[in-house]
Design a protein. Structure first.
Length: 69
């Protein structure tokens, strides 16, 4: 399981769709940028992050579609 910054810090997160999936970014010097930097520090962490964040997004979408917000 990956850890997440608080909700306020996540407001700095930008998600861009690319040909290879999604790209995550945040302004330098923010807690969100530090969080992304940690998960980009090794290939193993990057793969773990990508798998878990996509699963979390899909799960949230399914909850919204089922009326559970």
């Amino acid at each position: 399981m990956i850890w997440y910054p608080n909700q306020q810090a996540l407001l700095d997160l930008t998600v861009t769709e690319t040909d290879d999936g999604f790209e995550f970014s945040a302004p330098k010097g923010t807690k969100c940028a530090a969080w992304l930097g940690y998960y980009n520090s090794t290939e193993e962490l990057r793969k773990k992050f990508n798998t878990e964040i996509v699963n979390a997004i899909i799960s949230h979408i399914e909850e919204l579609e089922n009326g559970n917000s």
